[in-house]
Design a protein around this ligand. Structure first.
Ligand code: ATP
Length: 220
C-alpha cells in the first residue's frame, strides 16, 4: 500500500485507506484473499468482484445517482481508487440527532427515496442497503451519496429491487427506533421519483416480500 495511506476501515473482506491521489484525497478499497480458497481461483474471483463494483459505480454515476467517482482500478491488486466522500453516515447522523424537525426528516427521506429510485431505474440492485452505506454531506441542500457496491448486481426484475428495499426497511427500523414514518416517506419519494409503472410494481412486490418475511419469522 502507498506509504502515506491511512487505514480508515478494516473489514472481513476489504481494507479501506485514505490517501492523496493526483492532488486529491482518494479512498482506496482493497479486497484481500480468503485463506480457504485456492490462490489462483481466489485472485480471479476477487479481481472480478472489484471490476464489477467499479462498473456498477460508473453505471450509477451515469444515471445521475450520487456515488463516489471511480479514479482508477488496479485489477492486479484488487483495488479501486475512488473519490473520498467527506461526510457522516446517515446512521450516525440519525443516531446523534434524535429530535430532528419534521421538515428535515422529510427532506432527508425525499433525497434517499429519489436516489434509490434513480439507482433502480438504472437496473442496479445495491445488495446491502443500510444507513451506514449512505453518506450525508450536510451542506445545503443535503446530499446523500450511496457507497459500498461490493454486493451489487444488475437486474431488471421488480422482485430483486423489492428485496433491496426490504433489506433497507429491516435495517432502518432496527437501527432507528420510531422511524416507520420516515421509511414510509422514503417509499413515497421512491414511487414519485421513479414516476413509472415499474416503481409501482416494485412497491407491490415489496408487500409480497414483507409477507414472506413475516411468515418465515412466524415459522421460526
Ligand atoms: N468513498 C468513500 N469515501 C469515504 N469513506 C468511505 C468511502 N468508501 C468507503 N468508505 C468508508 O469505509 C467503510 C467501508 O467501506 P465499504 O462499506 O465499501 O466496505 P465493506 O463493507 O468492507 O465492503 P463490502 O461489503 O464490499 O465487503 C465505509 O463504511 C466508510 O466509512
Amino acid at each position: 500500500m502507498l506509504s502515506d495511506a491511512q487505514l480508515i476501515y478494516q473489514g472481513a473482506e476489504a481494507r479501506v485507506y485514505r490517501t492523496p491521489f493526483l492532488g486529491r484525497t482518494a479512498v482506496v478499497k482493497e479486497r484481500f484473499s480468503k485463506a480457504y480458497r485456492h490462490p489462483t481461483l481466489d485472485h480471479k474471483l476477487t479481481s472480478r468482484r472489484v471490476v464489477q463494483e467499479a462498473r456498477l459505480l460508473q453505471r450509477c454515476r451515469r444515471a445521475g445517482v450520487d456515488v463516489p467517482a471511480v479514479y482508477y482500478v488496479d485489477q492486479e491488486r484488487s483495488t479501486i481508487y475512488m473519490e473520498h466522500i467527506d461526510a457522516t453516515t446517515v446512521r450516525d447522523y440519525l443516531r446523534q440527532n434524535t429530535g430532528l424537525a419534521a421538515d428535515e426528516v422529510s427532506a432527508l427521506a425525499d433525497i434517499i427515496g429519489g436516489q434509490l429510485a434513480k439507482m433502480h431505474a438504472a437496473d442496479v440492485v445495491h445488495g446491502d442497503l443500510t444507513t451506514s452505506n449512505m453518506m450525508l454531506s450536510k451542506q445545503e441542500p443535503f446530499k446523500i451519496t450511496l457507497i459500498d457496491f461490493g454486493l451489487s448486481y444488475t437486474s431488471t426484475l421488480a422482485e430483486d429491487k423489492a428485496v433491496d428495499l426490504y433489506v433497507l426497511e429491516r435495517a432502518f427500523l432496527s437501527t432507528h427506533p420510531n422511524s416507520e414514518a420516515m421509511f414510509q416517506r422514503i417509499l413515497d419519494a421512491y414511487g414519485t421519483a421513479s414516476g413509472r409503472q415499474h416503481a409501482k410494481q416494485v412497491l407491490h412486490k415489496l408487500d409480497e416480500v414483507r409477507l414472506r418475511g413475516r411468515k418465515r419469522s412466524m415459522l421460526g
